[in-house]
Design a protein around this ligand. Structure first.
Ligand code: GLV
Length: 339
């Protein structure tokens, strides 16, 4: 009898998903959440056929060097800027991500951050919990925030999540503008109630600017000091995409100096470290990269990652057809080399 393929799961995962993997594989699942160094990743990946990885696991050519065994890495996230896809392809390793299953939850969360930042929910809650309410003689004109209804929502990056954010704007009676590499088909624009404008126009007109673009080399600091300077001082910026798309130091300066009204951030340049200046400001809502973290969605993401491993390694109902591969062409090469 041949030994079961070995799968490493780099972070704690739902027990039922681990049990599914264990039907087919010899599973080594980390019981504690922590960061793995490049050396540790290299060592772990050298001893397995597949791995389920988190967004903090960075896999590049150095980590893969000399690895003859690994065939699949399944990323727990739609973004995959932690993976060097070219290096994985060269090494004959299939990569997968978790698109679509998180679209609606992440779109919901963009609205959570917009509302919280505009209406000062975080600051008000901190004030209440600190016991300031009794005896404060809170005034009628204290805690004034910004309305969303009737304002202009700008969306930078109009993929499936961006469209979900846009569709929700109808309920708030907002005008929606977007900027994207390519124009959406007419019927999608109609469904989202959104109009394409240049990036400069988006920055100039948006009362709420939501970032939903993927993190690529070109998108680093897509919102930096020059872009912030083009925005209205009354505007609110929301980043649910990736840290690094925003220049956090420039953003903190704009928020501190009243050049931008507020921000809601789920992602940061140096996660899990947050720029110290942001931590001192009351007009920014800070969350620890949780936009997809609803019970249903995180379960769906974990299941999809597992489905990719199971199918890619030739098991389950759709053996040989992983549902969401990023570089499917590598599988054709396996028969010759790694099978
Ligand atoms: C989360 O940030 C993801 O990419 O899914």
């Amino acid at each position: 009898m041949t030994a079961k393929p070995k799968v490493w799961v780099s972070r704690p995962l739902f027990p039922d998903v681990l049990a599914r993997l264990a039907q087919y594989f010899d599973v080594d699942a980390e019981a504690v959440e922590r960061r793995h160094s490049a050396e540790e990743l290299k060592r772990k990946l050298a001893g397995v056929d597949a791995a389920v990885l988190g967004l903090t696991d960075r896999v590049d050519a150095a980590v893969l060097e000399g690895n003859q065994r690994l065939r699949v890495v399944a990323n727990l996230g739609v973004g995959f800027n932690n993976l060097d896809i070219d290096a994985l392809t060269r090494a004959g390793v299939l990569a997968s991500n978790t698109p679509d299953v998180l679209n609606e939850s992440v779109a919901d969360f963009a609205w959570a951050l917009m509302l919280a930042a505009a209406r000062r929910v975080g600051a008000a809650e901190r004030w209440l919990r600190a016991g300031h309410w009794p005896g404060s003689h809170m005034r009628f004109d204290d805690w004034l925030g910004l309305d969303l209804h009737g304002r202009t929502l700008g969306i930078l990056g109009m993929g499936r999540i961006g469209r979900g954010v846009a569709r929700r704007a109808a309920g708030f009676d907002m005008r929606v503008l977007y900027h994207n590499r390519s124009r959406l088909p007419d019927e999608v624009e109609r469904e989202c109630g959104a109009a394409l404008v240049s990036k400069a126009e988006l920055l100039r007109q948006a009362d709420f600017l939501v970032l939903v673009l993927p993190f690529t080399r070109e998108n680093r600091h897509a919102i930096g000091a020059p872009e912030l300077a083009q925005m209205k001082p009354s505007a609110v910026l929301v980043n649910i995409a990736r840290g690094g798309i925003v220049d956090d130091a420039a953003l903190a300066a704009a928020l501190r100096e009243g050049r931008l009204a507020a921000a809601g951030l789920d992602v940061f340049e140096d996660e899990p470290n947050v720029h110290p200046d942001l931590l001192t400001l009351d007009n920014v809502v800070l969350c620890p990269h949780i936009a997809s973290a609803s019970e249903e969605t995180r379960r769906a993401m974990a299941s999809l990652a597992a489905d990719n491993v199971v199918a890619a390694l030739g098991y389950g109902e759709v053996a040989g057809k992983p549902p969401t591969p990023l570089n499917p062409a590598v599988m054709a090469r396996w028969t010759a080399s790694k099978a």
